[in-house]
Ligand binder design. Structure first.
Ligand SMILES: [Zn+2]
Length: 402
């Protein structure tokens, strides 16, 4: 894949030129053509028919030649598989093209879904791991060839069938953000999204973090999965929000989480060590805490708590030897009433603090633990903006933010 540097520069210039998807098609098409011709069909056919590495090491000079050829082809296949997402020029060309299409064209629904899938493909994806067997290498590369050819077709169809958004019709000011109506949504839908992003902007303003509130928010029909309300695309520094969201504390917090990713990507360069450091510290604390759980204060008998909208009263707190041993709070729906449910002591304490998700040791949510340093940062950031982050964690976070 020659001259990735030059491609990057060309693409960057095109980006400045106004993100006309028609212009962006050309560099993408060139990248795809280069990609699909990286290993020739003849070489692949030869490799599968010969399967020279499947058998014994050859003793004949001629076979050695074949083995060398096979290695050469396999190396190219591996590189091509890696390049499917690791090539900066291909990735940039893809991201810019499909983002520009999403931003500037109104598309029929099925086409829009495909464009969204294409734009996600290029964003933050890890290269697939090349398989060992030569046949499987060929198969994986051929699949990728088909994927890219498909993307090219999708882009061309979009340019043919898409209609340019009317300026003013599709853009709506929402506090410091501009909402882009990408799916012909009603004024009511757009107003709902506006109230959501404005609520997030308000909270960020109170924390003196208004600097991350800027730019376009793409309002779209479907995101990654049905349960994803919003996401941040690092490559283009854009926020996407699903059109049918309603403003409530959970959705505001989800948006703040995504804006936390922008905070890290755009404003905390050079603070990677600290962000990893917080994660590591919390991980250590979690391990220690596991053994300290009995020291959590037990709730008073009769104390009330709301779980999923239902009010319960504490009957007792008991040690349960099951599943490694832990303290459980026993609950009834009336004070001193009939035993109805139990909840782990740690969860009870978290619920009382207004943390609705299941706590995970020292981490604010299980996702913060599972997701690694960046996700933990975004989770902490969102809880911080919602004023729900425990004081110890505020003390860890603030020095990084300011
Ligand atoms: Zn995240």
């Amino acid at each position: 894949m020659p001259s990735p540097g030059l491609q990057r520069i060309i693409v960057a210039h095109l980006r400045l030129a106004g993100e006309d998807p028609g212009i962006l098609l050309l560099p993408f098409e060139r990248e795809v053509r280069e990609y699909v011709s990286y290993v020739s069909n003849e070489d692949m056919r030869w490799l599968v028919e010969m399967d020279p590495l499947g058998g014994e090491y050859p003793s004949l000079e001629e076979d050695k030649e074949n083995v060398r050829r096979a290695y050469r082809i396999e190396a190219r296949l591996r590189l091509a598989i890696k390049y499917s997402v690791a090539s900066q020029s291909l990735k940039n060309a893809g991201i810019l093209l499909f983002t520009a299409i999403l931003q500037s064209l109104a598309l029929p629904k099925n086409l829009r879904t495909k464009v969204e899938a294409a734009s996600r493909f290029f964003d933050k994806r890890r290269p697939p791991i090349p398989p060992k067997k030569s046949e499987e290498l060929v198969e994986m590369y051929q699949n990728l060839q088909e994927i890219f050819k498909g993307f090219l077709e999708v882009a061309k169809a979009s340019l043919r069938e898409g209609k340019a958004h009317e300026e003013g019709d599709t853009k709506l000011r929402a506090g410091p953000f501009t909402l882009v109506n990408t799916g012909n949504f009603s004024a009511e839908t757009m107003t709902n999204v506006a109230s959501l992003v404005e609520a997030a902007a308000d909270l960020l303003g109170k924390k003196r973090l208004s600097k991350i509130c800027y730019g376009d928010v793409q309002v779209t029909k479907t995101l990654k999965r049905a349960d994803v309300l919003a996401f941040y695309m690092e490559a283009t520094d854009e926020i996407f929000v699903r059109a049918n969201v309603r403003k409530n504390p959970d959705t505001v917090q989800t948006l703040l989480h995504e804006l936390g990713h922008r905070m890290e990507a755009k404003f905390l360069q050079g603070k990677e060590k600290e962000i990893v450091g917080i994660y590591r510290d919390l991980n250590t604390q979690s391990l220690v805490q596991k053994f300290r759980e009995p020291s959590l204060p037990h709730p008073e008998k009769g104390e009330s708590i709301t779980i999923k909208g239902k009010t319960y009263f504490v009957l007792d707190t008991r040690y349960s030897p099951r599943a490694g041993g832990s303290y459980k709070v026993e609950l009834a729906t009336t004070p001193g009433g009939k035993f109805e449910a139990t909840v782990p002591l740690a969860s009870f304490v978290a619920l009382r603090q207004g943390i609705t998700k299941k706590p995970s040791g020292a981490f604010i949510t299980p996702y913060a633990m599972k997701g690694g340093p960046s996700e933990n940062f975004a989770e902490m950031f969102s809880y911080y903006c919602m004023n729900k982050l425990p004081e110890e964690q505020v003390r860890m976070l603030e020095p990084i933010l300011f």
